[in-house]
Design a protein around this ligand. Structure first.
Ligand SMILES: *Cc1c(COP(=O)(O)O)cnc(C)c1O
Length: 463
């Protein structure tokens, strides 16, 4: 057919809509949505962007369009990057108890700011205050949207219009535009840097403290380490210096953890309880890093300072909704039984999986994956190192195992990585030394992973 004749022969919208095979589509997406998709396909055909076709072809193209539009970009995926708390992949996976609590809170009305005992108004922080104090030894506690917000509101409350003294070795950038100097500026606090990049001494802090000082800030340098000729003032000593000068010490722990991780063979991170015991007046930490809950930022410490934070109008803008409060309360409760924590808290479960167990899993999967990829790609079981992620213990990787996929004839690994990402449940690995590595530390649903692979469509010409 001539091009113009083919265009003239394009079916009408009504003709396509009338096809019996469109009924299930209309049932699922609604008539308006299906009509819109058909119009869009016809318009593209007229514009020459897709070849003109019969009513049946137009219907099939409209169906593809609707499917594609409907498929969530936020659908679950397999995080085989080897980074357990991957910020770009949503950090901590919630415990079942937390998921159930969140779902319950979503579905029904809850006593979020309502006191069931006397029928009067309650406070949303009340749901977490007691358990946070119990787990950290702090006098009082509050929470906001995330730890960046916790630092922002704490700085603003303690130091607006005044100075915050911080070591040059702790002026961190966390990524995603969280830079301590910028946060300070937005909090209305004047930054006073003391010491040098590698060494800061007690006398450096003392020399900077004066009547215009609002607070002393200590930041856990979670995502880097300064090694060699170094000196830092520890939390206890710094607390004494701040107390002497009559100003509060804010300790931003970043990840923070509520338990000593060495119990599970992981390296020690400072616990929140330790920071409180050392004498910090306020301690801030994240909900979705090592703690293993949903996104949130906690502030624990002195009652009068927490009260001041709660009076800050910023608090209303940074507050947390009922869904997360429910999930957080359920997550924190798990910490009352440390013996079963690794069973129940996915973050800890994944971080504490032994390399031997992961290697056995890789050996089971390799013979099923290899035939799907050969002969274009080679698959072998490999050792690898997982990371905790989110800036926690960045230099301490954990022995793990996985599958190393290489392209012996120089085939395009990027195309293979794209094919894995296009799966119904996307598989995300990472490139290392010219190979695509799938670290299996976070693979808990092995059967689901294998079933998903049946949809793998190899890059063109590589099957
Ligand atoms: C991660 C981190 C933050 C930011 O916490 P979010 O929960 O991501 O907002 C702040 N300070 C430190 C030291 C951190 O490690």
């Amino acid at each position: 057919m001539e091009g113009n004749a083919a265009l003239r022969a394009l079916p009408s919208v009504d003709r396509v809509l009338g096809l019996p095979q469109l009924l299930p589509l209309i049932e699922r997406f609604g008539r308006a949505e299906v009509t819109e998709a058909i119009r869009a396909v016809l318009a593209e055909a007229r514009a020459g962007r897709v070849p003109p076709g019969s009513a049946e072809i137009v219907a099939a193209m409209a169906a593809d369009r609707l499917e594609e539009r409907d498929r969530s970009k936020l659908r679950p995926l397999f995080n085989l990057t080897g980074t357990v708390l991957h910020t770009n992949l949503g950090r901590a996976l919630l415990a079942e108890a937390a998921i159930e609590a969140a779902v319950d809170a979503m579905r029904d009305a809850v006593a979020l700011e309502f006191n069931l005992a006397d029928g009067k108004r309650g406070e949303r922080d009340d749901h977490l205050r007691e358990i946070l104090c119990e787990l950290t030894g702090a006098e009082d506690a509050t929470l906001v949207n995330n730890n960046a917000a916790a630092v922002l509101i704490a700085l603003n409350t303690l130091g607006a219009g005044r100075e915050a003294v911080v070591s040059r070795g702790e002026l961190i950038e966390i990524g995603g535009a969280f830079r301590m100097p910028d946060i300070m500026a937005r909090a209305g606090v004047k930054l006073v840097e003391v010491g040098t990049t590698n060494r800061t001494h007690p006398r450096d802090y003392r020399a900077a403290l004066h009547a215009g000082t609002g607070l002393v800030l200590k930041v856990h340098t979670s995502n880097y380490r300064i090694e060699g000729f170094t000196a830092e003032v520890g939390g206890r000593e710094l607390a004494a210096i701040a107390r002497e000068a009559g100003v509060p010490l804010l300790n931003d722990l970043g990840s923070g953890t509520l338990v000593d991780l060495s119990r599970w063979g992981l390296l020690r991170e400072p616990t929140v309880r330790e920071a409180v015991e050392e004498g910090a007046d306020l301690v801030t930490f994240s909900g979705d890093k090592l703690l293993g809950g949903p996104q949130a930022g906690f502030i624990v410490g002195r009652r009068d300072l927490i009260a001041a934070i709660n009076r800050n109008p910023m608090k209303r803008a940074l507050r947390v909704d009922k869904i997360r409060i429910a999930a957080l309360a359920a997550t924190l409760k798990l910490y009352r039984d440390p013996d079963r924590l690794a069973e129940r808290l996915p973050t800890l479960h994944l971080l504490s999986r032994r390399a031997g167990e992961i290697e056995a899993q890789a050996r089971r999967i390799e013979p099923q994956l290899s035939p799907l990829l050969s002969p274009a790609y080679g698959v072998e079981v490999c050792e690898c190192r997982s990371q905790i992620g989110s800036g926690a213990l960045p230099l301490n990787t954990i022995a793990s195992a996985g599958l190393r996929i290489s392209a012996p004839r120089g085939r395009d690994l990027e195309a293979l990585a794209a094919a894995f990402r296009a799966l119904p449940r996307p598989v995300i690995g990472h490139m290392k030394d010219g190979a695509l590595v799938l670290d299996l530390r976070c693979l808990t649903d092995e059967a689901g992973f294998l079933a998903n692979l049946s949809s793998l469509s190899l890059p063109h010409g590589m099957a």
